[in-house]
Design a protein around this ligand. Structure first.
Ligand code: NAP
Length: 864
């Protein structure tokens, strides 16, 4: 909700310029062009002597883009699309630099750029609401808005090798290559580092050097670029439809048009997989490779298939098997460190004058006056090339002394990892924008698409502020924390955190270990940024003379994998269950159940029947693989007393069996509307009595019996505990209630807040209750156990609730009531989850931690 108030005491002084931009690479140039066209006075500062950013500095041999040039180029100027023709699929650094110089000339941008000037400090002046900047030339400038367009890979990593200054020969860093080039002819050359810069430069250095020794700490995966003239087919796909093509890029996963694989790698046959991998290998495009199946970056076993394919290629290319093995990455999933794109990289190791040193077997001890010493050998060199990477994503921003509100510095704020809202703005640092900052897709995408989107978002924002007489924008702390959480949640469901990559800050000693970019995709991210605007700048405070607008809130509080499941369900366009007949609803539930992943393997599964209150009840028993006997959990499935059967929560029961190392007996019960209240709890109680009596025959430990259930099944489990207590047995050692129905009151906040949009709706709960029990019966504690007068002496409980569930508040209230009655109870609230999340084993990966805790809870019940 937006709140407005006057702010008579805030001041807005007059700046030297409206906007200062730092950096004159792809981002800075477009910012200048755009801001100028919108009538903002703008000045850019650039530490280099000319435009180009990363393409100004990285002039090492072989430097090229690794996204096709027809994609890695501006889309904002439609004339550029036709007046500039790329000579190769992947243009060289000189050609990309010429392109940027051409853009700067065409739009007359240099006149507003102060070159060879570095911004050293930026301080927010609270009294005037201006940024005051100081340059390394000793000059000062003030501005209203301050934009860091400093690039993600522009601050070289400080060399962390002993003795760097001692070396008497020549040293070069790929990230700061001499403009005049280097001739290595006849030299003994060392290259340290085998990331993208090393992989690109090593084959060309090898062409000149008399001897080349490559020092490799971690091998990287690389695929061949197949460079050459621009593919006429690709060009034809764009020719005459540039706008459409670029729009497709904007709404793609990684900023390049293309169809990602529709299935998981393990869903394909071996031959099919081989054909797909052969095709991507022959194509030579990074994004098409990592999206060739839809689960390569989230499923370790799937990733192994492509990793092994590439390792096979390395082994078949490199003649010496030992060298080939040294070049094979084994300790991180493919794509979780930036995949490299090469020309003759692996072939280079077949040359007689090229040697590979494995630093994992023999570490560098020091650089000497004449070469490099390792644990086991001394090497002599004429030149050493450092291809050792960057302090990525945060290095260039933190290099400026930035001080925000109340004297707080950005370096302190980011000491434990960067915090931003949308990767664009920072709480406590008003009117500061970052282009492709941490928390945005940036390096996970075609940078050009991400840069243009950020530039346009920032410029549109400034236009909006001006139109509404506002002069200040700052994200709220809550919005920023929510975004940080969302970025981490997304990373957490992928394989990325498994790698020691610069994405994780792991390449710089002492840098906090957090996943820096946003991995949700540029399409998803663009939609989020647009939504923030359409919801009146959700998560921001806006201020102008005499007014303040606060619109606090979190843009994506639901777990990302839950969102994907909800979107998949929505895309089916199915009618709501509550509009179906009971028969159709049951058929629908069965169809959905057949589609889901099966869950983990268990030792044994037995289907049988047991006597219920009025007739036999089917059950399914899941036995752990470990030797028995085991404790037993009597489990009641969900489905609103109307839907489901003993196998309807199959994946969850399997998971529970594995996690708890207990026998799970999923018992059916009579369903409504054929058998209304109290048929279900009566059956549940009869089943538990029978299981207790037959524990030994079932492979159980007599006296070690717990109950569990989900949703309406948790209602039955809870009621069975009351019935067993009141009947004097059987003894129940614990109860686990997952998102339970424990009351018939629809007025609780969670019912209102989550009435619609999270799969279980308030309408559907009405439908279930209407089928199950008459209004008068619903008050009965056997239907609404929260209404029981006495909750004392019930078994220890674990109550699990989900944030976006209509049933959340009644579950939480039941946990509180149990605790008040002296029952040992633990409440496990699951952030960002919905009613069905925890059942969706292998679909809602973010629920795995809660499922593991359930297993622990059972072990504790039984140990106690
Ligand atoms: P990088 O990927 O971080 O690679 C640095 C390399 O140096 C790694 O092999 C690293 O080993 C090694 N290294 C670092 N410190 C070392 C030390 N003290 N002793 C021994 N080895 C050390 O850096 P980069 O190659 O410059 O690439 C960075 C990113 O820039 C790329 O991932 C890519 O996004 C971008 N880039 C793109 C292109 C392109 O094709 N367009 C070209 C160049 C760069 P560890 O892995 O063991 O740390």
């Amino acid at each position: 909700m937006t709140t407005e108030k006057g702010n008579g005491d805030s001041q807005f002084g007059h700046p030297d310029v409206d906007v200062v931009v730092v950096g004159a690479g792809f981002s800075g140039l477009y910012l200048l062009q755009r801001l100028r066209s919108q009538g903002f006075s703008t000045k850019a500062f650039e530490s280099a002597a000319d435009v180009g950013g990363t393409w100004y500095w990285n002039r090492y041999p072989g430097a090229r883009c690794d996204i096709l040039s027809i994609d890695y180029s501006y889309s904002f100027d439609s004339e550029l699309e036709t007046e500039w023709q790329w000579s190769e699929r992947y243009a060289t650094q000189p050609e990309i630099l010429r392109y940027l110089q051409h853009v700067a000339e065409k739009h007359d941008l240099r006149r507003d750029i102060e070159f060879s000037t570095r911004i050293e400090s930026a301080t927010w002046d609270e009294k005037t609401s201006l940024w005051r900047l100081r340059t390394d030339q000793g000059n000062e400038t003030s501005c209203r808005y301050y934009v860091m367009a400093t690039g993600c890979l522009s601050a070289p990593k400080t060399l962390d090798v002993n003795g760097v200054d001692r070396f008497g020969g020549a040293t070069y860093a790929t990230s700061r290559w001499p403009h005049e080039g280097v001739d290595f002819s006849g030299m003994r050359v060392a290259v340290i580092g085998t990331g993208s810069s090393g992989v690109q430069s090593i084959p060309l250095i090898a062409e000149q050097a008399a001897e080349l020794t490559v020092f490799q700490r971690t091998p990287n995966f690389s695929i061949p670029a197949h460079n050459g003239p621009v593919d006429p087919k690709k060009l034809a796909g764009k020719e005459g439809r540039h706008a459409e093509y670029r729009e497709a890029a904007r709404w793609s996963f990684a900023g390049v048009p293309g169809e990602p694989g529709e299935k998981g790698a393990l869903q394909a046959s071996g031959e099919e997989r081989q054909a797909v991998y052969d095709r991507v290998w022959d194509t030579g495009e990074l994004i098409a490779t990592v999206t060739s199946f839809n689960d390569l970056l989230v499923n370790a076993a799937s990733n192994q298939t492509i990793a092994e394919f590439v390792r096979g290629k390395i082994r078949s290319t490199v003649n010496d098997p030992e060298v080939a093995e040294t070049l094979c990455p084994v300790d991180f999933p493919l794509g979780t460190k930036r995949l490299c794109l090469d020309t003759n990289y692996y072939e280079t190791y077949n040359l007689p004058h090229v040697r590979l040193v494995d630093l994992r077997k023999t570490a560098i001890t020091t650089i000497t006056e004449t070469g490099i010493d390792t644990d086991s050998e001394s090497f002599e060199f004429d030149a050493i090339v450092f291809a050792t990477g960057f302090d990525a994503m945060t290095g260039a921003i933190a290099a400026v002394d930035i001080t925000g509100r109340e004297g707080a510095t950005l370096r302190d704020k980011w000491a434990d990892g960067p915090k931003t809202y949308l990767g664009l703005t920072i709480a406590g640092f008003p009117n500061l924008f970052i282009v492709t900052g941490p928390g945005s897709p940036s390096v996970m995408s075609n940078m050009m698409v991400s840069i243009e989107q950020h530039v346009e978002w920032i410029c549109d924002c400034l236009e909006y502020l001006r139109r509404d007489g506002l002069e200040l924008i700052e994200p709220t702390k809550a919005a920023e924390a929510g975004w940080e959480q969302h970025v981490n949640d997304y990373a957490g469901i992928t394989l990325f955190p498994q790698a020691n990559s610069w994405y994780m800050g792991a390449n710089v000693p002492g840098k906090p270990r957090v996943f820096l970019p946003y991995i949700g995709g540029v399409d998803v991210y663009r939609a989020i940024c647009d939504e923030v605007v359409s919801r009146d700048y959700l998560g921001f405070t806006l201020e102008g003379p005499g007014k303040t607008r606060l619109n606090d809130g979190i843009i994506r509080p639901v777990q990302p994998d839950v969102t994907l499941v909800l979107q998949a369900i929505e895309s089916l366009g199915l009618p709501p269950i509550e509009e179906m007949s009971v028969e159709d609803a049951r058929a629908f539930a069965a169809t959905m159940a057949a589609e889901r992943p099966p869950g983990p393997e268990v030792g044994d599964i037995v289907d049988d029947v047991l006597p219920g209150a009025v007739g036999d009840l089917a059950y399914r028993l899941y036995r752990p693989a470990s030797p028995g006997p085991h404790p037993i959990v009597a489990y009641f499935h969900g489905g609103g007393w109307v839907l489901g059967g003993p196998d309807s929560d199959d994946p969850f029961c399997r998971d529970l069996c594995v996690q708890s190392n207990a026998i799970i007996i999923s018992v059916d019960y009579r369903h409504a509307p054929e058998a209304r209240f109290p048929a279900a709890p009566d059956d549940g109680f009869a089943a538990v009595q029978w299981i207790a009596e037959n524990a030994r025959n079932l492979g159980g430990v007599p006296g070690q019996l717990a109950v569990a259930g989900w949703s309406a099944g948790a209602n039955i489990a809870a009621v069975v505990c009351h019935m067993a207590r009141d009947a004097g047995g059987p003894e129940i050692t614990g109860q686990m209630l997952v998102t339970p129905v424990v009351d018939c009151d629809f007025s609780r906040h969670s019912y209102v807040e989550n009435a619609d949009g999270y799969s279980l709706t308030t309408e559907l709960m009405h439908w279930f209750w209407d089928h199950y029990a008459d209004p008068a019966d619903r008050q009965d504690p056997k239907a609404s156990p929260l209404r029981a007068h006495d909750l004392a002496n019930l078994p220890p409980a674990l109550v699990v609730t989900c944030e976006f569930d209509p049933l959340r508040d009644e579950g939480a209230t039941y946990a509180e009531a149990l605790a008040k009655a002296g029952v040992q109870v633990r409440h496990l609230p699951c952030r960002g989850q919905i009613h069905m999340s925890l059942m969706a084993v292998d679909m809602v990966v973010s629920g795995a931690a809660a499922r593991a805790e359930m297993g622990v809870a059972f072990r504790q019940f039984f140990d106690a």
